[in-house]
Design a protein around this ligand. Structure first.
Ligand SMILES: Cc1cc2nc3c(=O)[nH]c(=O)nc-3n(C[C@H](O)[C@H](O)[C@H](O)COP(=O)(O)OP(=O)(O)OC[C@H]3O[C@@H](n4cnc5c(N)ncnc54)[C@H](O)[C@@H]3O)c2cc1C
Length: 405
C-alpha cells in the first residue's frame, strides 16, 4: 500500500507538528509520519522566547502553553562566592516584543501541539519509520518505511526527523554530527528542598571561574519545581559510550554534585537529593553547516534539528525549530510550482543567516557557563549577550524580504 499526499512530514517533534499546524492555517493538507508507537513522553523543560511564542500565538496555541508555563523577563548572572550581580540578560519583554519568555515542561509543549492537530483533524501516523528514498522526480518523491510500506508525495517530503535524521543522511551522506566537547546535565527538584533564601531571583546563572556554573530556573508557574543545570567540557564518548554514561545515574548525579560546595547552600540543597527519573544528559552535538537544506529537485527539504541542531547554550533550540517550520510553511503557501525551487534556496539562505547568528550567542553563553581555561584570558564580557535581533521579528516582513532577493 502506498500512502499518498501532497506534503508528507517525517517526524512528529516540535518541527513536524508546528509545520502541520502552519500548513493547516494556510489551507494546505499534509500527512505526518512518526517512528514512535505513540506520543513520546519527552522529559525536561524548554524555554520559549518571544520569537517562538509569536509563532505559537499565530497558530492559536500560545494561551494554552502560557497557562502551563512560567513567565520570566530576565536571567541574572551572579558570581560566587559573593553572589554579586555581574549581568542581566533579557529573555523576553512584553512591552518591547509582546511576550516574556515562557519556561514549560517539554511534554506540555508536545501535548498542546498534538491536541491542536487533533482538533484540526490532522492525523499523526505512528509506527511509521522512514527508511529511505526510492525515487525523486519533478513530479513526485517516493520512499520506503521500515515496515515495508511506501509513501509518495507530489509537492514535498519534509525531513523533520531530528538530530539523527535519515533524510539528512540521504541528502548529505558524508556529513557527520560534530561534538562540541561540552555536555550538560539537568534535573528537576522540589522547590521545598532547595528552600531559596528570601529575595533570590530565578532564573539565575551562578558563575565560578574554576567550577563553571549552575543554572537554576523555575519549571512551573506555581514555583513548586526547580530545574538545575550544570555543563562541562568532555571528550566524545561515542554513541555507545554516551549511552553507558547516561545509564550510570549515580555517576551523573555525582557530576551534578561535584564542586557544589563552592556555591551557595541552596545549590547544595538542590543537588543533595536528585529524582533520577528527571535526569537528562545532553551531549552538545551540532550539524555542520549544510550546503543546502533541499534536494536538487527541491522535493525533499530538511528542517528543525535535522537541518541545524543547535547547542542548548543558545537558549534557542526549540525556538529556531519553530521558526524553520513556520517560515517554510509560509514560503510553500506563497510559492507556485514555478517559483518554489528558487524560493526554497532563498528561504534556506535567510534561515541559515539567523542560525549562524544564534551559534555566535552559544560561544558567549559558554564563556559564562564553563570553567575558565587555565592560562587563557577570561572571555566573559558583561553586556555582550543580547537577543534583540532574535526577538524583534516580523515573520511576514522577514519572508517577504527573503523572497524579494
Ligand atoms: C535532552 C534534550 C534537552 C533539550 N532541552 C532544550 C531546552 O531546554 N530548550 C530548548 O530550546 N531546546 C532544548 N532541546 C532542543 C529541542 O528539544 C530540539 O531543538 C527540538 O526538540 C528539535 O525538534 P525537532 O522536531 O527538529 O526534532 P525532535 O524533537 O528530535 O523530533 C524528531 C521526531 O522525528 C521522529 N523520527 C526520527 N527518525 C524518524 C524516522 N526515521 N521516521 C519517522 N520518524 C522519525 C522522532 O521519533 C521524533 O519524534 C533539548 C534537546 C534534548 C535532546
Amino acid at each position: 500500500m502506498t500512502l499518498t499526499s501532497n506534503i508528507a512530514i517525517i517526524g512528529a517533534g516540535c518541527a513536524g507538528l508546528t509545520l502541520a499546524l502552519t500548513l493547516h492555517k494556510r489551507g494546505i493538507p499534509c500527512k505526518v509520519y512518526e517512528a514512535a508507537p505513540g506520543p513520546r513522553n519527552v522529559g525536561g523543560t524548554l524555554v520559549l522566547c518571544p520569537n517562538g511564542l509569536k509563532i505559537l500565538d499565530e497558530l492559536g496555541v500560545y494561551q494554552d502553553i502560557l497557562s502551563r508555563g512560567r513567565e520570566d523577563a530576565v536571567m541574572e548572572f551572579r558570581r560566587v562566592p559573593g553572589l554579586e550581580l555581574v549581568d542581566t540578560v533579557e529573555l523576553g519583554n512584553t512591552a518591547k516584543y509582546g511576550y516574556n519568555s515562557v519556561r514549560v515542561l517539554r511534554r506540555h509543549v508536545m501535548d498542546v501541539l498534538l491536541g491542536a492537530l487533533i482538533a484540526r483533524g490532522i492525523t499523526v501516523h505512528y509506527k511509521k519509520r522512514f527508511a529511505r528514498v526510492l525515487l525523486e522526480t519533478h513530479e513526485a518523491v517516493a520512499w520506503l518505511f521500515d515496515d515495508g510500506t511506501t509513501g509518495r508525495a507530489t509537492t514535498a517530503l519534509v525531513g523533520a526527523d531530528g538530530i539523527h535524521s535519515r533524510l539528512r543522511a540521504h541528502l548529505h551522506p558524508d556529513v557527520a554530527l560534530e561534538f562540541t566537547h561540552v555536555f550538560a546535565t539537568t534535573a528537576i527538584v522540589p522547590a521545598s528542598q532547595v528552600c531559596l533564601p528570601l529575595g533570590t531571583n530565578l532564573p539565575v546563572t551562578l558563575m565560578s571561574n574554576t567550577q563553571g556554573a549552575y543554572v537554576l530556573v523555575y519549571a512551573d508557574a506555581a514555583e513548586t519545581q526547580i530545574c538545575v543545570m550544570k555543563q562541562a567540557r568532555k571528550a566524545d564518548l561515542g554513541r555507545d559510550g554516551w549511552a553507558a554514561f547516561v545509564a550510570d545515574t549515580e555517576g551523573v548525579v555525582a557530576f551534578l554534585r561535584e564542586g557544589a560546595e563552592n556555591f551557595p547552600a541552596y545549590v547544595q540543597r538542590a543537588v543533595a537529593a536528585v529524582p533520577v527519573d528527571t535526569l537528562i544528559v545532553w551531549p552538545f552535538h551540532v550539524v555542520p553547516q549544510l550546503r543546502t537544506w533541499s534536494s536538487t529537485l527541491r522535493k525533499i527539504t530538511l528542517l528543525g534539528d535535522a537541518a541545524h541542531a543547535l547547542p542548548p547554550s543558545t537558549g534557542q533550540g526549540a525556538n529556531q525549530v519553530l521558526e524553520d517550520a513556520f517560515t517554510y510553511g509560509t514560503v510553500l503557501a506563497q510559492s507556485t510550482a514555478e517559483t518554489l525551487a528558487d524560493n526554497l534556496l532563498k528561504w534556506h539562505a535567510g534561515r541559515q543567516a539567523r542560525v549562524d547568528g544564534i551559534l555566535k550567542i552559544a560561544k558567549k553563553m559558554n564563556a559564562r557557563r564553563l570553567p575558565q581555561v587555565e592560562g587563557q584570558p577570561a572571555t566573559f564580557v558583561p553586556g555582550d549577550l543580547t537577543y534583540d535581533w532574535v526577538f524583534d521579528v516580523d515573520y511576514e516582513k522577514l519572508v517577504s524580504t527573503w523572497l524579494a532577493r
